[in-house]
Design a protein around this ligand. Structure first.
Ligand code: MN
Length: 452
């Protein structure tokens, strides 16, 4: 059984009047949600998400976490419908969940928005999640340097959040839990004030997860405390021997490589040892020895009977056919999925199969934002088709449906939404409503733009 230990700390910071962050550290479920929206809206939105996960989600799988995220999103939108004064509220959400299977435990991580999940392993800190913010998008595209991004006045503009649209893209990762690994979930109030080096330093210094979480919040306040700060530290304390097994496997693999290296130098003693004198009778039981014998000199051939050779040939053909059909399975199928903000046709299987990654076969020009709700979840997961023609037919039906929706209600936006006028009371909003620069820098296809 995988066992986790955790610590959680949250603080209003030194500038804000209210803490709109929310967090959760349960035995197997950990969340950070950074709410946004003036007055109490932000705190309500992040509270809805945390309550939803705590009260409604018990059996966890990747699909459960993603599904719960969509439902929590719908719950925020429903709350706004009930009380229009809450309009504009939303929240980020990071989830770390332990999903237990038989000897197959996984840590599932999902993310929407610019809160982060870090992985601390072998004393190194690595950011797992990708920030869904305008500035990070521009930095990834090389249009801003690291320094420009770190000090950009529009750091608070998000490209994805919960509570803004009925559709939301959820990023997910699966990690193997290894004893000694630590995870940090945090809102931007931490990493905007405390460098990653400092965060790693605290994790090296303080073994207790609660002490580490408290110390990180203290450092964020010391660094300025300009935003709410929430930190969850999760430690893998027992992994059911996984780390030891992995180490043993590595040693075994190293040993095998060594043995191979030695056996590749043929000498007469090795040849005679490898060749059974009665190869014909023993070969059916031990085909491996025939292959091994084949590696050696031609002089060994007379000892191998024609039956053994035929057997080896059949084995080779069977393996070749198996590999061929596996490749066909992995590659000769198509699915309609999402690349960034566009619907595309992939060749391969959703998520790839072993080392066969899917590749983009055709772009459709259909923006994700235009996809009808009824088809969205299916396409996000990847709609599999047997052939490229089937995939094209699906896309064409999708495109017809979008066109029809467009002419019926005119509800489908054909242009990007402008930067929503940020809530004038939001104390950290640095973008003036209607700022022309702001609306021109939104990346094409950005689905939502909100100010944290
Ligand atoms: Mn924040």
């Amino acid at each position: 059984m995988t066992t986790l230990a955790s610590g959680i700390a949250t603080h209003t910071g030194r500038v804000r009047a209210e803490n709109q962050d929310n967090g959760l550290a349960d035995e197997t479920l950990f969340l950070v949600a950074d709410g946004m929206g003036g007055h109490t809206g932000g705190a309500i939105a992040s509270g809805i998400v945390v309550d939803y996960f705590r009260d409604q989600v018990d059996s966890l799988s990747v699909a459960d976490v993603i599904d719960a995220t969509h439902r929590a999103n719908a719950a925020i939108i429903a709350a706004v419908d009930d009380d229009p004064t809450l309009r504009g509220m939303g929240t980020t959400l990071c989830v770390l969940a332990l999903v237990e299977g038989e000897g197959d435990d996984r840590l599932i991580i999902t993310n929407v928005g610019d809160s982060r999940v870090y992985h601390f392993k072998d004393s190194e800190l690595e950011q797992i999640t990708e920030d869904h913010s305008l500035v990070e998008t521009l930095r990834r595209e090389g249009r801003l340097t690291e320094d420009e991004a770190a000090n950009h006045p529009q750091r608070n503009i998000l490209t994805r959040a919960l509570g803004i649209d009925t559709k939301v893209l959820v990023d997910d990762w699966a990690m193997l839990p290894f004893a000694g690994d630590r995870y940090v979930l945090c809102s931007d109030g931490l990493f905007n004030e405390v460098s990653e080096n400092e965060i790693a330093g605290v994790l090296r210094r303080l073994a207790d997860p609660q002490e580490a979480a408290d110390e990180l919040v203290r450092l964020a306040n010391e660094g300025g405390g300009r935003d709410n700060i929430t930190v969850v530290v999760v430690d893998v304390v027992d992994d059911d021997g996984r780390a030891e097994r992995a180490a043993a496997l590595q040693e075994k693999a190293a040993g095998e490589r060594l043995a191979e290296h030695h056996s590749s130098v043929p000498d007469s003693a090795a040849v005679s040892a490898a060749l059974p004198t009665d190869a014909g009778s023993s070969v059916d039981d031990e085909p491996a020895r025939v292959e091994r014998a084949g590696m050696f000199s031609l002089a060994a051939l007379p000892a191998v009977t024609w039956r053994a050779l035929l057997f080896a040939a059949v084995v080779v053909v069977v393996i070749a056919v198996a590999i061929g059909s596996f490749v066909a399975y992995a590659r000769n199928s198509y699915y309609v999925g999402i690349d960034g903000t566009e619907v595309v046709i992939y060749k391969g299987r959703p998520g790839g199969v072993l080392w066969f990654d899917e590749t983009i076969e055709e772009r459709t020009g259909i923006a994700v934002i235009d996809v009808p709700d009824s088809r969205f979840v299916q396409i996000e997961a990847g709609h599999t088709s047997g052939s490229i023609d089937e995939a094209r037919a699906y896309v064409s039906a999708l495109s017809d449906e979008i066109e029809q929706l467009g002419t019926e209600g005119g509800a489908v936006p054909t242009t990007l939404p402008e930067v929503p006028t940020t809530d004038p009371v939001a104390p950290t909003s640095t973008v003036a409503p209607g700022d022309p620069d702001a609306s021109t820098t939104i990346p094409v296809g950005a689905t939502t733009t909100i100010s944290v």
